[in-house]
Design a protein around this ligand. Structure first.
Ligand code: SF4
Ligand code: SF4
Length: 305
């Protein structure tokens, strides 16, 4: 295979990841997503562009950033550090002078060759654990050329490959990457289309069509199901998940992703609204109830995160 080297925008690289497919993995998180899930754990993944991030807890109020920013992004009012994210032109000057790493630019351009070289550092761990490379995001197919090239290079290097996808991409793109993907971690978010639109900004129709397409073409699939108490943990949705699991023989497992408000602080750091500020994390009883209900509906291959 002769994959062209191409550049993509990456916001995180996690080595020794244990939660994004089998074994020990390196997970590459790409920027850009066509959905806008209200509970998103990675709000910094949504826009396909770099962003300034400010962590108030790390700020020592030294005011060095105020001195270097030409756009008055940083100001202090009554001792409180305000950040005007909309005015930021991403020069990175404030990041350079910040002594406490309270500021950072999220998103960095890498070539697929650079990423593969990073991933291959851990090849022996992958071999000993049946692990490999996972591409996540954001939505990996929002950077289709980069993702396809990376998958092809990974297969050339003999790696197991997984992709975490929201299912909202062109049919042909799934068919194009299928030969290079060993495992699809495929999100299912709401059975009811109205609810799907309300909480993700898009219809679930294309997502369900693509699940059907991948299943009919022999893909290995793990369904990943974020469950948010009071939002999408209805009987209807749980029975829908169990129904998909029964319908498609190549679904290896259903992974319940219990709500965690990790997106709250990250949203604050990048100056975007987080709708579930007051929602508590899913407790153990709730998680047990979800599992019991899924089992009642005939789904037994479940794990919970
Ligand atoms: S330079 Fe860093 S520590 Fe100093 S005020 Fe700005 S954000 Fe805070
Ligand atoms: S699909 Fe994933 S990355 Fe995109 S908005 Fe939803 S949770 Fe966030």
């Amino acid at each position: 295979m002769n994959a062209t080297d191409t550049n993509g925008l990456v916001f995180d690289i996690q080595r020794f990841s244990l939660h994004d497919g089998p074994g020990i993995r390196t997970t590459i998180f790409l920027k850009g997503c066509p959905l806008n899930c209200a509970w998103c754990h990675n709000p910094e993944a949504k826009p396909y562009k770099q962003q300034l991030s400010f962590n108030e807890n790390l700020c020592t109020s030294c005011m060095e950033c105020v001195k270097v920013c030409n756009n008055t992004v940083h100001s202090f009012v009554n001792g409180k550090h305000n950040v005007n994210f909309d005015a930021c032109e991403l020069s990175g000057k404030c990041v350079e002078v910040c002594p406490s790493e309270a500021l950072q630019i999220i998103g960095k351009e890498y070539s697929t060759n650079e990423i593969i070289n990073i991933v291959l550092r851990d090849k022996k761990y992958f071999e000993n654990s049946n692990g490999g490379l996972t591409i996540s995001g954001g939505e990996p197919l929002a950077q289709f050329k980069f993702t396809k090239s990376l998958l092809m290079k990974a297969k050339d290097a003999g790696l197991h490959t997984a992709i975490e996808t929201c299912g909202f991409a062109k049919e042909q793109q799934y068919l194009d990457i299928l030969p290079y993907v060993d495992l699809f971690l495929y999100d299912i978010k709401a059975a009811e289309d109205k609810k799907h639109i309300e909480f993700t900004g898009a219809s679930n129709k294309l997502i369900l069509l693509n699940l059907d397409l991948l299943s009919n073409n022999g893909a290995n699939i793990i369904l990943r199901c974020p469950l948010i108490p009071g939002v999408n943990d209805s009987e209807e949705h749980l029975s829908f998940i169990a129904g998909l699991n029964k319908k498609y023989q190549n679904i290896l497992k259903v992974e319940v992703m219990a709500f965690h408000n990790i997106g709250r602080d990250k949203s604050k750091n990048i100056g975007v609204e987080y709708k579930f500020n007051d929602k508590p994390n899913a407790d153990e009883n709730t998680k047990r109830m979800w599992i019991a209900k899924l089992e009642d509906y005939g789904c037994t291959n479940i794990s919970i995160g």
